[in-house]
Design a protein around this ligand. Structure first.
Ligand code: NAD
Length: 280
């Protein structure tokens, strides 16, 4: 039987509508959430992401500010902007769009963001809190992955979760999140021996490698939930890291690309921002 297709677009729209209700209530109490997005230079992909984030803020009613800066800006000027946003009570979340142009020190910029406004979840304080099980901002893409799995109704505790990819923004935090949900987690990467056999153990398989259609039908345990984080451009088409046409015949549920994890990333960014404003 072909797999259930997990509709990330629809789930993300539902999350945005739930958030809109919370924002309306917060705004009526004079606590409208605010997000500041900082975009340095003219990376076209970054500009697209920033536009999508701004549009989502408008839809939900989050106040948003965009700070566009030339790639010639100095490290000191960028840090001064972060300081200013850290101190601004209208701003609950700060997002510095990565990658930064060459010559700017990303790590220093991320470390300068107040961890309480770090809605991307990249600050070492939030990374550390996630790993020791304290409440923390969780990076938006893995948070979206977990939400998608939960909304399929799958029980996570006790399941074998295989995460393919160990990046700081997707693979590692995804593994930590599933561990927090009491799954048994395996992390695979480019040096893993027998990746295919490892993947085939997963009741839940999360793939974030950036390799078009790497995961084939015989890499997947029959009935598994497969979440494809990959976004790859091949011959003008967007494809995932999973061979969708093969794997959908084996998996129990699968996300498409596009329309799976992608829309969830922005929805979770909105959620993180609303959560900051919504503290009693
Ligand atoms: P990355 O390049 O930082 O990390 C890739 C990881 O995959 C590494 O840990 C590497 O060891 C592993 N890897 C590479 N080839 C492998 C192989 N053949 N077998 C096993 N492991 C292998 O990538 P990333 O930033 O984590 O992104 C991964 C993919 O997810 C990309 O396609 C990216 O565009 C996409 N992405 C999507 C979203 C979204 O919102 N949907 C967000 C972030 C990233």
């Amino acid at each position: 039987m072909a797999a259930q297709i997990i509709n990330g677009k629809e789930i993300a729209a539902q999350i945005r509508s739930e958030l809109k209700e919370r924002v309306d209530r917060l705004a009526s109490e004079g606590r409208r959430p605010g997000l500041a997005v900082v975009l340095v230079g003219d990376n076209p992909a970054s500009a697209v992401y920033v536009r999508m984030k701004k549009k989502a803020c408008q839809e939900i009613g989050i106040y948003s500010e965009e700070h566009r800066l030339p790639s010639t800006i100095s490290q000191g000027e960028l840090l001064a902007l972060v300081d200013q946003l850290n101190a601004d009570p209208k701003i609950h979340g700060i997002l510095v769009q990565l990658p930064l142009p060459k010559g700017l020190d990303e790590e220093e910029v991320i470390n300068r963001i107040d961890p309480r406004k770090d809605v991307d979840g990249f600050h070492p304080v939030n990374v550390g809190k996630l790993s020791i099980g304290l409440p923390a901002f969780v990076p938006c893409t893995p948070a979206g992955v977990l939400e998608l799995v939960k909304r399929t109704g799958t029980t996570i505790a006790g399941k074998k979760v295989v995460v393919l990819g160990r990046s700081n923004i997707v693979g590692k935090p995804a593994a930590m999140l599933f561990l927090r949900e009491n799954a048994t987690v395996t992390i695979c990467h480019s040096r893993t021996v027998n990746v295919k056999d490892e993947c085939a153990q997963g009741d839940i398989l999360v793939v974030a490698v950036g390799q078009p259609q790497l995961v084939k039908g015989d890499w997947v345990k029959p009935g598994a939930v497969v979440i494809d984080v990959g976004i790859n451009r091949v011959d003008g088409q967007i494809v995932g890291d999973v061979d969708f046409s093969e794997v959908k015949e084996v998996a129990g549920a699968i996300t498409p690309v596009p329309g799976g994890v992608g829309p969830m990333t922005i929805a979770m960014l909105m959620k993180n921002t609303v959560d900051v404003a919504d503290v009693k």
